[in-house]
Design a protein around this ligand. Structure first.
Ligand code: GLP
Length: 240
């Protein structure tokens, strides 16, 4: 694991963008794995800003999102589908046909998991962007997730629902389950870029890097991957 410590969130976003841009310059038809949450927002702003100025093209890029809430339709403002449109896809030249996110309102969620898993098997992700939950979750792989699982349905941890309640009008609107790439899918990506900012993430970052590799700390699975870059600001790195 390569760990890069930067001064603040702005520098974290700029450094992350350098890595994303490099992968697209090297391979204009790269498969990019994308994440939601507040952490990658700065990266997405950098991508949009640079697209407007220099026109790095995303026309041939395909994107694959980590997860989606079950029960939220694509036009729900809190769905990850809408999040990606609002924060990135609407502002770059990506072809929407090339953007993949599980359907949160699929009539059969198990079939939807199989469908999304097949898409991931057919399109190896070149660079997967990840955030991390306070409890060490990646995507929506909560503590206790099996490291060998592919795309699956997950019941959300109360801690995660509390953390994500800030995006909703009230906590009881936060869905109780989600479809997520499994740790197995994440470990199949060629390169992983994990971003973390703020003191609340310091313990998870410490345990991911220095703790045991355990299913109770999902992010610790990344230690077996040969190509992981972690960018943390000083606060998230404060226990390292
Ligand atoms: C959500 C997402 C994760 C994300 C995490 C952290 O639960 N499913 O992919 O990494 O939140 O979010 P934030 O970056 O807002 O702290």
């Amino acid at each position: 694991m390569e760990v890069i410590v930067v001064d603040n969130y702005d520098k974290l976003s700029k450094k992350a963008f350098e890595i994303v841009k490099e992968s697209i310059i090297n391979k204009p038809n790269a498969n990019l794995g994308l994440a939601t949450g507040s952490t990658p927002l700065g990266l997405y702003k950098e991508m949009v800003k640079e697209f407007e100025n220099s026109k790095t093209s995303y026309k041939n890029v395909k994107t694959f999102n980590l997860d989606e809430y079950i029960g939220l339709s694509q036009d729900n403002e809190q769905s990850y589908f809408k999040f990606m449109r609002n924060n990135l896809f609407d502002y770059i030249d990506i072809d929407f046909e090339n953007t993949y996110i599980p359907f949160g309102t699929a009539s059969n969620v198990e079939n939807e998991c199989v469908r999304y898993n097949t898409i991931l098997e057919e399109n190896i992700v070149d660079l997967q962007v990840l955030g991390i939950g306070v409890n060490g979750h990646i995507g929506f792989n909560e503590p206790g997730s099996l490291f060998y699982e592919g795309v699956h349905v997950v019941k959300l941890d109360e801690r995660t629902r509390n953390d994500n309640a800030r995006f909703f009008e009230s906590k009881n609107q936060v869905p109780t389950s989600a479809i997520t790439m499994g740790i197995k899918n994440i470990l199949s990506c060629k390169k992983i870029l994990l971003l973390a900012s703020g003191k609340a993430k310091a313990k998870a970052i410490y345990e991911m890097i220095h703790g045991d590799i355990l299913e109770t700390m999902p992010a610790s699975a990344l230690r077996v991957h040969p190509n992981v870059v972690i960018i943390v600001d000083k606060e998230a790195a404060s226990l390292l």
